[in-house]
Design a protein around this ligand. Sequence first.
Ligand code: PGA
Length: 248
Amino acid sequence: MKRLLVGNWKMNPQTLEEARFIAHRIEHGLLGLDRNRIEIAICPPFVFLPGLKHALHFAKLGGQNVSASSSGPYTGEISIHQLKEFGITYVIVGHSERRALGETDEYINKKLKILVENQTQPILCVGFGTKRNTPDSLKKAVVKKQLQVNLKGVKLAKSKLTICYEPTWVISQGRVGTGNPATPRHAAAMCQFINSVIPKTRVIYGGSLDSKNVGEFAEAKAIEGGLIGGASLHPDEFLAIVKVFAKS
Ligand code: PGA
Protein backbone atom coordinates (compact mmCIF):
# COMPACT_ATOMS: atom_id res chain seq x y z
CA MET A 1 0.00 0.00 0.00
CA LYS A 2 1.26 3.52 -0.74
CA ARG A 3 2.29 5.63 2.20
CA LEU A 4 0.04 8.62 2.88
CA LEU A 5 1.15 11.99 4.19
CA VAL A 6 -1.66 14.31 5.24
CA GLY A 7 -1.27 18.03 5.93
CA ASN A 8 -3.87 19.08 8.48
CA TRP A 9 -3.87 22.86 8.37
CA LYS A 10 -6.48 23.14 11.14
CA MET A 11 -7.71 26.78 11.43
CA ASN A 12 -4.75 28.15 9.46
CA PRO A 13 -3.62 30.19 7.57
CA GLN A 14 -5.72 33.33 7.93
CA THR A 15 -5.91 34.41 4.27
CA LEU A 16 -6.53 32.71 0.95
CA GLU A 17 -3.41 34.36 -0.39
CA GLU A 18 -1.27 32.59 2.22
CA ALA A 19 -3.11 29.32 1.63
CA ARG A 20 -2.38 29.55 -2.10
CA PHE A 21 1.26 30.39 -1.43
CA ILE A 22 1.75 27.36 0.82
CA ALA A 23 -0.11 25.08 -1.60
CA HIS A 24 1.95 26.21 -4.59
CA ARG A 25 5.22 25.76 -2.71
CA ILE A 26 4.21 22.26 -1.60
CA GLU A 27 3.02 21.26 -5.05
CA HIS A 28 6.22 22.52 -6.63
CA GLY A 29 8.34 20.59 -4.14
CA LEU A 30 6.49 17.36 -4.91
CA LEU A 31 7.60 17.41 -8.55
CA GLY A 32 9.64 14.34 -9.34
CA LEU A 33 8.42 12.24 -6.41
CA ASP A 34 7.17 8.77 -7.27
CA ARG A 35 3.37 8.68 -7.23
CA ASN A 36 3.50 4.90 -6.98
CA ARG A 37 5.15 5.14 -3.58
CA ILE A 38 3.44 8.02 -1.91
CA GLU A 39 0.11 9.84 -1.68
CA ILE A 40 -0.30 13.36 -0.37
CA ALA A 41 -3.43 15.01 1.01
CA ILE A 42 -3.85 18.62 2.04
CA CYS A 43 -6.75 19.41 4.36
CA PRO A 44 -7.24 23.18 4.48
CA PRO A 45 -10.07 25.05 6.23
CA PHE A 46 -13.32 24.55 4.26
CA VAL A 47 -13.46 28.16 3.05
CA PHE A 48 -10.19 27.74 1.14
CA LEU A 49 -11.26 24.60 -0.74
CA PRO A 50 -12.63 26.48 -3.78
CA GLY A 51 -9.50 28.65 -3.97
CA LEU A 52 -7.19 25.64 -3.85
CA LYS A 53 -9.12 23.31 -6.12
CA HIS A 54 -6.93 24.07 -9.11
CA ALA A 55 -3.68 24.67 -7.21
CA LEU A 56 -3.01 21.05 -6.28
CA HIS A 57 -2.36 18.17 -8.65
CA PHE A 58 -0.02 15.65 -7.03
CA ALA A 59 -1.53 16.45 -3.65
CA LYS A 60 -5.22 15.67 -3.25
CA LEU A 61 -7.60 17.84 -1.28
CA GLY A 62 -9.23 16.64 1.91
CA GLY A 63 -11.77 17.96 4.40
CA GLN A 64 -11.02 18.32 8.11
CA ASN A 65 -14.53 17.24 9.08
CA VAL A 66 -17.96 16.46 7.63
CA SER A 67 -21.53 16.60 8.88
CA ALA A 68 -23.07 13.35 10.08
CA SER A 69 -26.16 14.23 7.99
CA SER A 70 -26.29 14.53 4.24
CA SER A 71 -28.43 17.71 4.18
CA GLY A 72 -30.85 19.65 6.34
CA PRO A 73 -31.12 22.24 9.11
CA TYR A 74 -27.66 21.98 10.69
CA THR A 75 -26.27 25.47 11.22
CA GLY A 76 -22.54 25.67 10.67
CA GLU A 77 -22.17 22.16 9.29
CA ILE A 78 -20.77 21.13 5.89
CA SER A 79 -22.25 18.21 3.97
CA ILE A 80 -20.36 15.58 2.04
CA HIS A 81 -22.04 16.75 -1.18
CA GLN A 82 -20.77 20.30 -0.63
CA LEU A 83 -17.26 18.97 -0.01
CA LYS A 84 -17.38 16.88 -3.15
CA GLU A 85 -18.17 19.99 -5.21
CA PHE A 86 -14.54 20.93 -4.65
CA GLY A 87 -13.03 17.62 -5.59
CA ILE A 88 -12.03 16.34 -2.16
CA THR A 89 -10.73 12.78 -1.96
CA TYR A 90 -10.30 12.36 1.81
CA VAL A 91 -12.00 13.52 4.99
CA ILE A 92 -10.50 13.42 8.48
CA VAL A 93 -12.94 12.16 11.13
CA GLY A 94 -12.58 11.62 14.84
CA HIS A 95 -9.64 13.98 15.29
CA SER A 96 -8.82 14.46 18.99
CA GLU A 97 -9.60 18.16 18.71
CA ARG A 98 -13.14 17.31 17.55
CA ARG A 99 -13.62 14.52 20.06
CA ALA A 100 -12.62 17.09 22.72
CA LEU A 101 -15.55 19.23 21.49
CA GLY A 102 -17.91 16.39 22.34
CA GLU A 103 -18.02 14.13 19.28
CA THR A 104 -18.90 10.65 20.48
CA ASP A 105 -17.85 7.34 18.96
CA GLU A 106 -21.43 6.78 17.73
CA TYR A 107 -21.50 10.20 16.03
CA ILE A 108 -18.17 9.48 14.33
CA ASN A 109 -19.65 6.17 13.14
CA LYS A 110 -22.44 8.11 11.38
CA LYS A 111 -19.89 10.32 9.64
CA LEU A 112 -17.96 7.29 8.44
CA LYS A 113 -21.14 5.82 6.97
CA ILE A 114 -21.87 9.07 5.11
CA LEU A 115 -18.34 9.08 3.69
CA VAL A 116 -18.56 5.50 2.55
CA GLU A 117 -21.97 6.00 0.92
CA ASN A 118 -20.40 8.86 -1.01
CA GLN A 119 -17.20 7.11 -2.08
CA THR A 120 -14.92 9.36 -0.04
CA GLN A 121 -11.86 8.02 1.73
CA PRO A 122 -11.94 8.47 5.51
CA ILE A 123 -8.90 9.16 7.64
CA LEU A 124 -10.13 7.97 11.03
CA CYS A 125 -8.18 9.26 14.03
CA VAL A 126 -8.10 7.22 17.21
CA GLY A 127 -6.29 7.48 20.53
CA PHE A 128 -8.22 10.29 22.21
CA GLY A 129 -8.79 9.82 25.93
CA THR A 130 -5.41 8.49 27.01
CA LYS A 131 -2.51 10.23 28.71
CA ARG A 132 1.21 9.80 28.07
CA ASN A 133 1.57 7.72 31.23
CA THR A 134 -1.54 5.57 30.66
CA PRO A 135 -0.37 1.91 30.63
CA ASP A 136 -0.05 0.51 27.10
CA SER A 137 -2.65 -2.17 27.81
CA LEU A 138 -5.21 0.53 28.61
CA LYS A 139 -4.19 2.62 25.58
CA LYS A 140 -4.86 -0.46 23.43
CA ALA A 141 -8.23 -1.06 25.08
CA VAL A 142 -9.29 2.56 24.44
CA VAL A 143 -8.21 2.40 20.80
CA LYS A 144 -9.88 -0.98 20.26
CA LYS A 145 -13.20 0.29 21.62
CA GLN A 146 -13.00 3.38 19.39
CA LEU A 147 -12.30 1.23 16.34
CA GLN A 148 -15.14 -1.14 17.14
CA VAL A 149 -17.76 1.56 17.64
CA ASN A 150 -16.49 3.96 14.95
CA LEU A 151 -16.41 1.25 12.29
CA LYS A 152 -19.54 -0.68 13.31
CA GLY A 153 -21.52 -1.55 10.17
CA VAL A 154 -19.20 0.51 7.96
CA LYS A 155 -18.97 -1.38 4.68
CA LEU A 156 -15.75 -0.16 3.25
CA ALA A 157 -13.09 -1.74 1.12
CA LYS A 158 -10.23 -1.92 3.61
CA SER A 159 -7.87 -0.45 1.03
CA LYS A 160 -9.87 2.78 1.10
CA LEU A 161 -9.61 3.30 4.84
CA THR A 162 -6.76 5.02 6.64
CA ILE A 163 -6.57 4.90 10.42
CA CYS A 164 -4.38 7.38 12.26
CA TYR A 165 -3.03 6.81 15.75
CA GLU A 166 -2.96 10.29 17.20
CA PRO A 167 -3.61 10.62 20.94
CA THR A 168 -4.10 14.13 22.33
CA TRP A 169 -0.83 14.11 24.26
CA VAL A 170 1.35 14.07 21.16
CA ILE A 171 -0.22 17.04 19.35
CA SER A 172 2.15 19.98 18.94
CA GLN A 173 -0.18 22.97 19.36
CA GLY A 174 1.24 24.22 16.07
CA ARG A 175 4.75 25.16 17.16
CA VAL A 176 7.09 23.21 14.91
CA GLY A 177 10.04 21.69 16.71
CA THR A 178 8.64 22.11 20.22
CA GLY A 179 6.09 19.29 20.16
CA ASN A 180 6.36 16.13 22.17
CA PRO A 181 5.70 13.14 19.89
CA ALA A 182 5.19 9.56 20.99
CA THR A 183 8.35 7.50 20.81
CA PRO A 184 8.71 5.90 17.37
CA ARG A 185 8.65 2.54 19.16
CA HIS A 186 5.31 3.25 20.84
CA ALA A 187 3.84 4.71 17.64
CA ALA A 188 4.91 1.64 15.66
CA ALA A 189 3.57 -0.75 18.30
CA MET A 190 0.20 1.01 18.31
CA CYS A 191 0.02 1.09 14.50
CA GLN A 192 0.76 -2.63 14.49
CA PHE A 193 -1.92 -3.19 17.13
CA ILE A 194 -4.47 -1.23 15.06
CA ASN A 195 -3.59 -3.38 12.07
CA SER A 196 -4.20 -6.51 14.12
CA VAL A 197 -7.70 -5.26 15.03
CA ILE A 198 -8.55 -4.00 11.51
CA PRO A 199 -6.30 -5.94 9.12
CA LYS A 200 -5.28 -4.83 5.63
CA THR A 201 -5.87 -1.17 6.43
CA ARG A 202 -3.35 1.63 6.05
CA VAL A 203 -2.31 2.85 9.52
CA ILE A 204 -0.47 6.13 10.00
CA TYR A 205 0.82 8.12 12.97
CA GLY A 206 0.22 11.78 13.77
CA GLY A 207 1.60 14.10 16.42
CA SER A 208 4.49 16.57 16.47
CA LEU A 209 6.18 15.14 13.39
CA ASP A 210 8.83 17.44 11.99
CA SER A 211 11.83 17.26 9.69
CA LYS A 212 14.19 16.46 12.59
CA ASN A 213 12.30 13.62 14.27
CA VAL A 214 10.65 11.98 11.25
CA GLY A 215 13.46 9.52 10.42
CA GLU A 216 12.74 6.81 12.98
CA PHE A 217 8.98 6.99 12.38
CA ALA A 218 9.46 6.58 8.64
CA GLU A 219 11.79 3.62 9.14
CA ALA A 220 9.11 1.68 11.01
CA LYS A 221 7.28 -0.54 8.50
CA ALA A 222 4.12 -0.50 10.63
CA ILE A 223 3.80 3.28 10.20
CA GLU A 224 2.45 3.81 6.70
CA GLY A 225 2.43 7.58 6.71
CA GLY A 226 1.78 10.61 8.84
CA LEU A 227 -0.81 13.20 9.79
CA ILE A 228 1.04 16.47 10.06
CA GLY A 229 -0.37 19.60 11.65
CA GLY A 230 1.94 22.50 12.50
CA ALA A 231 4.74 21.44 10.16
CA SER A 232 2.39 21.19 7.17
CA LEU A 233 2.03 24.98 7.12
CA HIS A 234 5.76 25.32 6.46
CA PRO A 235 6.36 23.97 2.95
CA ASP A 236 10.04 23.16 3.51
CA GLU A 237 9.26 21.24 6.71
CA PHE A 238 6.35 19.38 5.16
CA LEU A 239 8.32 18.48 2.04
CA ALA A 240 11.25 17.26 4.12
CA ILE A 241 8.90 14.93 6.03
CA VAL A 242 7.33 13.69 2.80
CA LYS A 243 10.71 12.98 1.25
CA VAL A 244 11.91 10.96 4.24
CA PHE A 245 8.77 8.81 4.08
CA ALA A 246 9.07 8.48 0.30
CA LYS A 247 12.64 7.15 0.60
CA SER A 248 12.24 4.76 3.54
P1 PGA B 1 0.83 18.39 14.94
O1 PGA B 1 -0.71 18.12 14.67
O2 PGA B 1 1.61 17.77 13.84
O3 PGA B 1 0.94 19.90 14.96
O4 PGA B 1 1.15 17.77 16.25
C1 PGA B 1 -1.14 16.92 14.13
C2 PGA B 1 -2.64 16.90 14.12
O5 PGA B 1 -3.26 17.28 15.12
O6 PGA B 1 -3.24 16.50 13.11
